[in-house]
Design a protein around this ligand. Structure first.
Ligand code: ADP
Ligand code: MG
Length: 358
């Protein structure tokens, strides 16, 4: 259905050239659900935007059903209609009701009659569970509902493929699953889709193939099982094993401990880590920051969660530290003993860098 050959995209940033896509090659067949994963800034959005020519590629070929859409004579509007796109931030028209948001393009671009467009819109609203919101304005809906409305709007154009660019990353964690459920339903109905997502459990269960994008290319591709269980290349292995990261920079001791716990709790909920893990994490963070770290300068904390090993690793880095922190503390230092009681290991591989594994 879609064949991409040697696709490249160079951005010109104030005279500096940035080659975001260097040489992307792939084929997507009808009915496939392709997930695109990879670190941020590796060109995942650019790739999707090139596919429907929201972004003009710098080189290469994109064929859809045998037609080269980069050809100067290609009917871009017709091709674009074959592809729906769902964005992170919904892009609904705020001054139009949900029903009007959905019926606008079918009427103006496909020439559908109002009654027919509305009847179809109501069917689609039923599908995404929002029939009773037809008369509401987007502002009256929750984020999850807005995104479901945006999916209904996209379906109203009868696309042959839908491109999703991080459809759940702007949502509160509590609303992610309702949107993923709708996408999963579409996959079950055989809809062809390409989805950029960081929801790894979802990616693993819904995709027919996974593309790992890195360094301007599809660095590795395979079935979810191949990519998640047996990644072959080093950057894929690193990404899969250390995929969830939460970062904090604390200028001094007066940092907002409770704000930090809030973010850690959200993180734990999001990845299903449970209350017990959250409590242990909270104790470890509090004891380490109040009783062990000297705060002789800014401190960085990263919380990494591997969905593969199910291990949590906390890295505390004391900027400017040249001597070991742990060596200078007494043997029976209480905070160190408490942290060791809560974790699997506490080490200091280099001065000022404490690593706690839970
Ligand atoms: P991803 O979606 O994987 O996070 P993007 O495709 O959004 O990555 O961006 C890849 C790189 O291209 C980034 O470094 C980004 O800053 C740059 N970029 C994206 N869009 C533009 C643009 N319109 N102009 C200049 N640079 C851009
Ligand atoms: Mg992006």
């Amino acid at each position: 259905m879609i064949t991409v050959k040697h696709l490249s995209k160079v951005f010109n940033n104030a005279g500096r050239e940035l080659a975001v896509l260097r040489d992307v090659n792939c084929e997507i067949s009808k009915g496939e659900v392709i997930s695109i994963i990879g670190p941020s800034g590796t060109g995942k959005s650019t790739f999707l935007r090139c596919l429907n020519r929201l972004e003009e590629p710098s080189g290469g070929q994109i064929e859809i059903d045998g037609v080269d859409i980069l050809d100067r004579n290609a009917d871009v509007n017709r091709l674009r209609r074959k592809m729906g796109m769902v964005f992170q931030n919904f892009n609904l028209f705020e001054h139009l009701t949900i029903l009007d948001n959905i019926t606008l393009c079918p009427q103006t671009l496909l020439g559908e009659r109002r009654e027919a467009a509305e009847a179809r819109a109501m069917e689609l609203l039923q599908l995404v569970g929002l029939r009773e919101k037809a008369g509401s304005l987007p502002g009256e809906l929750s984020g999850g509902q807005k995104q479901r409305a945006a999916i209904a709007r996209c379906l109203a154009m009868n696309p042959e493929i839908i491109l999703f660019d991080e459809p759940t990353s702007a949502l509160d964690p509590t609303m992610v699953s309702e949107v993923l459920a709708v996408i999963r339903h579409l996959a079950g109905q055989g809809m062809t889709m390409a989805i950029v997502s960081h929801e790894m459990e979802f990616v693993r269960s819904v995709s027919t193939r996974v593309f790992f994008m890195y360094d301007g290319v599809i660095y590795e591709e395979g079935t979810p099982e191949q990519i998640f269980e047996h990644p072959q290349r080093p950057a894929t292995v690193a990404f899969i094993n250390r995929i969830r990261t939460l970062e904090f920079t604390l200028a001094d001791r007066s940092f907002d401990l409770y704000g930090m716990f809030g973010r850690i709790e959200t993180f734990c909920n999001k990845y299903g880590l449970g209350d017990k893990v959250f409590l242990r994490l909270q104790h470890v963070v509090e004891e380490t920051l109040t009783g062990i770290i000297p705060f002789s300068g800014p401190v960085h904390l990263t919380v990494d969660y591997s969905e593969k090993t199910y291990k949590l690793v906390l890295t505390f880095t004391q900027e400017g530290q040249t001597e070991s922190i742990l060596d200078k503390l007494p043997e029976d230092h209480l905070p160190v003993r408490l942290v060791r009681g809560f974790c699997e290991s506490l080490t200091e591989p280099s001065p000022g860098q404490l690593i706690v594994t839970l």
